[in-house]
Design a protein. Structure first.
Lengths: 224, 285
């Protein structure tokens, strides 16, 4: 078993074809899911006539600014954790130094890079936020009542790439090479899962928010 | 014996042990006796099949992350000491998600519970959509559950009766055309005690405003008509009311998602506005 994991062909497979497959499924699946939802909405008589670009952008901006909407202000802790978590989740993988080195080695492309220590802090924030969400699922009564097994599953899917990446960076628990392989598998898993699980809320957010913003704005109501 | 066998089929997900005051309404209690699991399955699947082709229905199902941030919006939740079973998402969970999960294979008793939740514990006010970070249309989903209940007849009796009246007469409370015109003329006389030679113009073509009252106004609250007439006259508005059916703006079909009657009521009002060449429709409420 150990020899199998140590074999460079596994590393090469995970780093090469698996990542390709993950990205193709992620991008293709996302486009497919968004397209099918847009087509579904088009079939309804009452969605498109209300849609308005200005009102949609107003609503998106309103909710993407922390503590701007009433509900963000009502729950300051949840708001803080939610924003930190999502910023870390989306931007850390894109701007992390180790990831950028891989991009440069493979394709020779480079872009901005986070300072190493900062990337580490962002990862810790994401991990801590996952723990916070887990505790909230268990202890907040209104959340516990609507929690299903798959809620824990999607939380785990988001959690595992970050904890494995963190351990790989610090070379803890498992030998570095194995941990990197584990990290890549979890990362690919998350990319594949996004279009096909409720992690897709990342994609649908922009559509549903735009619809509700237009729908309420059409009636001269502000976003709360 | 019968009671025992019912108890056996009760699952934890039936939510029959919720702390609730019992709601006794013939629309629930009598209708549920005639329901069979087959009828329920057919009604549920009919509505869910329509839902599958509706973006507004599918998007919240695939997006909701079960964060329960909508709960603070709900006056039912707040006024019941933050009882989690009154949160908007909890109501969707206890009704729609459960119906989808079991593909409509539920007991009549469960359906009665569902009807109580969507009719007696939610006002479809859409406030939760203003609190949801995603802006999910939660009220629309619960409205679809109301549609299932309506198809099964599990509707509060007085609303169902008023919807029947609308579907038969296009008025909320079985008012005939003769009664309606007579009421207008009677109120015209009443108002003349206060304002000399005032008119309630019925069917005046080319007026600026057509006023569409609720059926309750000619039926039980005629003084509203007199007051409206006074306001319109003093304000100097060129107004009228329609003599033909389609003057009643009480759209009870909308509340129970009887879409067919709902559309006919709205259409009746617009038809009258077109017939009388009206510039603006004014509704009570």
């Amino acid at each position: 078993m150990y020899d199998f994991i140590k074999d460079p062909s596994l590393y090469n497979f995970v780093r090469g074809p698996l990542v390709w497959v993950a990205f193709i499924i992620f991008i293709g699946g996302s486009i497919y899911q968004l397209r099918s939802l847009i087509l579904l909405a088009k079939k309804e008589k009452v969605v498109y006539p209300y849609m308005d670009l200005k009102l949609s952008l107003r609503s998106l901006l309103h909710w993407l600014i922390p503590f701007n909407s009433r509900n963000w202000r009502l729950r300051p802790v949840v708001t803080t954790v939610t924003f930190l978590f999502h910023i870390g989740l989306v931007f850390t993988p894109i701007f992390l130094l180790s990831h950028n080195i891989l991009w440069r080695e493979s394709w020779g492309i480079t872009w901005w890079t986070l300072p190493e220590g900062f990337g580490d802090i962002m990862t810790i924030i994401v991990i801590a936020s996952c723990v916070f969400f887990l505790l909230r699922r268990i202890f907040a009564p209104e959340v516990r009542f609507v929690t299903f097994a798959d809620d824990y599953l999607i939380l785990a899917i988001a959690f595992l790439p970050f904890i494995s990446g963190f351990l790989a960076y610090h070379q803890w628990l498992l030998p570095h090479k194995i941990m990197v392989i584990v990290h890549m598998i979890f990362g690919s898993l998350m990319l594949i899962a996004i279009p096909f699980t409720r992690l897709g809320h990342m994609l649908y957010f922009f559509l549903t928010r735009a619809y509700m913003g237009s729908d309420q704005g059409y009636r001269h109501s502000q976003d709360w | 014996m019968a009671e025992a066998s019912v108890k056996e089929s009760v699952k934890k997900e039936d939510w029959l042990k919720l702390k609730r005051k019992s709601v006794s309404d013939p629309g629930f209690d009598e209708t549920v006796k005639n329901l069979t699991p087959e009828k329920i399955e057919k009604a549920v699947n009919a509505v869910l099949n329509i839902g599958k082709n509706a973006g507004r229905f599918m998007a919240p199902l695939e997006t909701c992350i079960h964060c329960a941030l909508c709960s603070d919006a709900c006056h039912w939740y707040l006024s019941h000491d933050k009882d989690p079973t009154y949160a908007p998402v909890a109501k969707v969970k206890m009704t729609l998600w459960e119906l989808i999960k079991r593909k409509g294979k539920v007991s009549p008793e469960f359906m009665k519970q569902v009807a109580r939740i969507v009719f007696c514990e939610c006002n479809l006010c859409r406030r939760c959509s203003m609190y949801c970070p995603f802006g999910l249309d939660i009220a629309y989903q619960l409205g679809m559950v109301r549609r299932i209940c309506f198809i099964l007849g599990l509707v509060p009796q007085n609303i169902l009766d008023q919807t029947h009246s609308l579907s038969a007469t296009l008025t909320q409370l079985w008012i005939t055309q003769a009664d309606w015109i007579d009421t207008m003329q009677w109120q015209e006389e009443e108002v003349r005690a206060d304002i000399k030679n005032v008119r309630i113009p019925v069917d005046k073509e080319g007026a600026d405003v057509m006023w569409c009252p609720l059926g309750t106004e000619p039926k039980v609250a005629t003084y509203h008509i007199a007051r409206t007439a006074k306001i319109m006259n003093v304000a100097g508005i060129d107004w009228t009311v329609s003599a033909q059916d389609g003057w009643d703006s009480a759209n009870m079909g909308m509340f129970i998602r009887d879409m067919e009657t709902m559309q006919r009521v709205v259409r009746g009002i617009y038809d009258n506005a077109m017939r009388l060449k009206i510039k603006r429709i004014v509704l009570t409420e």
